[in-house]
Design a protein around this ligand. Structure first.
Ligand code: 13P
Length: 215
């Protein structure tokens, strides 16, 4: 399982979380990644943790003031990027171009979507992975794997119907190792989570618990 922690714009210390995530990944052998804000990518990557961007824009080098260029986040140390997160939705054509921009820069790609129908469309764009995250469960206490297990299994089927090589992650409300194990049982090969770690008093303890059942 891949455990990807999206720090969004939460007021946590990204280096503390990243250092803990790097240790937990080393100790457990579980793949753990951290997606900080763009301005923190370089410092987070220096902790040794697998570092992801939260977004890249569908652009190339040139006149694109205020945009995020895939090559820049890759040079800062990111290995992958989220695209079309629920809090940063893009038009279909821009998702496609963002996937291409990320691939051009050598970044792994994960396209987020609300539901299985969108997962099928996202998988057709050829990313490395897709992530189903029901918006109404994001930031809540109940894991998608227990609140809406069918959405995970339907997302796995929708992606497989389009392209069996695309991994399927799920996210929303995930905060414990039991949640990660439940997601794995439903066919997901990774989880995306945010508040469970970013708002925790002890992020290291949460990370240790998250990887425990799948280590
Ligand atoms: O949006 C998410 C991860 O990208 C999920 O957020 P929460 O883990 O806070 O529900």
């Amino acid at each position: 399982m891949f455990v990807l922690v999206n720090l969004k714009t939460y007021p946590c210390d990204p280096i503390d979380v990243a250092a803990a995530a790097a240790d937990v990944a080393d100790d457990s052998g579980v793949r753990v990644g951290v997606a900080p804000q763009a301005t923190h990518i370089e410092a987070v990557a220096q902790t040794g943790v697998e570092t992801w961007a939260q977004h890249v824009d569908p652009i190339d080098y040139g006149s694109n003031t205020g945009h995020t260029l895939a090559e820049t986040v890759a040079e800062a140390g990111a290995e992958g990027t989220l695209i079309n997160h629920s809090e940063h939705r893009l038009k279909l054509a821009d998702i496609d171009a963002s996937v291409q921009a990320a691939e051009r820069a050598g970044l792994e790609t994960c396209v987020c979507a609300n539901n299985p129908a969108q997962i099928g469309a996202a998988a057709a764009l050829g990313p490395d992975s897709v992530a189903v995250e029901p918006p109404e469960l994001i930031g809540g206490d109940v894991s998608v794997a227990s609140a809406d297990p069918d959405i995970v299994t339907d997302a796995v089927d929708a992606a497989a119907n389009v392209d069996e090589s695309v991994d399927v992650f799920c996210g929303a409300g995930i905060s414990t190792g039991d949640d990660v194990a439940a997601a794995e049982d439903l066919g997901a090969t990774g989880v995306l989570l945010a508040s469970g770690v970013a708002k925790a008093d002890d992020p290291r303890a949460v990370l240790e618990d998250l990887v425990d059942p799948v280590a």
